[in-house]
Ligand binder design. Structure first.
Ligand code: C5P
Length: 301
């Protein structure tokens, strides 16, 4: 990455969609946050963030969902830049002003990373430039949001706690995800508040070597849930409609990601995944529907 953050040519980083293949709520902390145990993978579909040094900090947002987001200090990417500058200042580094351009392909507030992924993408660029600051940037990431550290790591993983504890998970086979969002935004705190049981059992121990086939992952996932799915469907019944549409395409697993509203189907066959996406998009033109692959890591393209 070299002198990325003092560069005069923009550098681009991808903010991949994160999908919770399983999410168990295993406890509640005194501060009200919930302890989770989740299997997280990243998809090829991503927002793009371009960064170049400028006269002042600036964020411009383009892309299909760009108009839905603020560009000022309330944007999590701007907050991430400020946090990173504070972290670096303590270590004696001066982070110059940055002009940022975000191209928003992922629907915001939809359970697949969104703003967390975008903020993490910026922190990744900065961590690549200042590697010794990575541990402090990771702490700053958690303050920005529970999903930001896992997006900063950017690797398929089992994630525990409130998002801070992560164990890499090897997924050696190619797998495909049908993502369907019925274009309803659900409030994450509202979904957590509506939970009936907050002390569920943890995920079964994944195999130490990870998963070498889609079917072995699917068998494992049959024993897991997303505990946030029932309360989210209660709040927004169209999530249930989207789930039924995905189930009709006969994926290995169909489930909601995060606190919703995006649901996914896991496929071994890319053509079946793509055809299902085409069929659902045709039947529900107002929904966001996308077929993508499970990413094998932050460095794949
Ligand atoms: O940290 P983040 O901004 O992603 O979380 C949004 C809200 O979701 C929190 O304020 C909290 O109400 C709820 N939450 C939770 N437990 C988590 C993550 C989020 O209760 N592990």
């Amino acid at each position: 990455m070299g002198e990325v953050l003092a560069a005069t040519r923009p550098v681009e980083v991808l903010a991949r969609a994160k999908i919770n293949l399983a999410l168990h709520v295993v406890g509640r902390r005194p501060d009200g946050y919930h302890e989770l145990d989740s299997l997280v993978v990243f998809a090829r579909i991503a927002d793009q963030l371009q960064v170049v040094s400028g006269d002042r900090d600036q964020l411009e947002i383009a892309g299909p969902f760009g108009h839905l987001l603020p560009t000022g200090v309330e944007n999590i990417v701007v907050k991430a830049l400020r946090s990173a500058r504070d972290v670096l200042a303590v270590a004696g580094h001066d982070l110059p002003p940055q002009a940022m351009r975000l191209t928003k392909h992922l629907p915001p507030a939809s359970g697949i990373g969104g703003g967390s992924a975008d903020a993490a993408a910026l922190l990744r660029l900065i961590a690549d430039r200042y590697p010794t600051s990575l541990p402090d940037l990771r702490i700053a990431a958690l303050r920005l949001g529970a999903d930001v550290p896992m997006c900063l790591d950017g690797v398929n993983a089992r994630v525990r706690g409130v998002g801070e504890a992560s164990t890499d998970l090897r997924i050696a086979a190619s797998m495909f995800l049908l993502l369907v969002n019925p274009r309803v935004e659900v409030s994450t705190p509202a979904v957590f508040s509506a939970l009936r049981h907050r002390d569920n059992e943890p995920l079964p121990e994944p195999p130490s070597g990870g998963f070498s086939s889609a079917s072995s992952l699917a068998t494992y996932l049959q024993c897991c849930r997303n505990d946030l799915m029932a309360p989210a469907i209660n709040i927004a019944p169209s999530i249930g409609t989207a789930l039924e549409a995905v189930e009709r395409a006969a994926p290995l697993v169909a489930r909601m990601s995060g606190s919703g509203a995006t649901v996914f189907g896991l496929f071994e066959d890319p053509d079946a995944c793509r055809l299902a996406a085409e069929r659902i998009a045709h039947l529900h033109p107002s929904w966001w529907v996308h077929a993508t692959a499970v990413s094998t890591g932050i460095h794949d393209v």
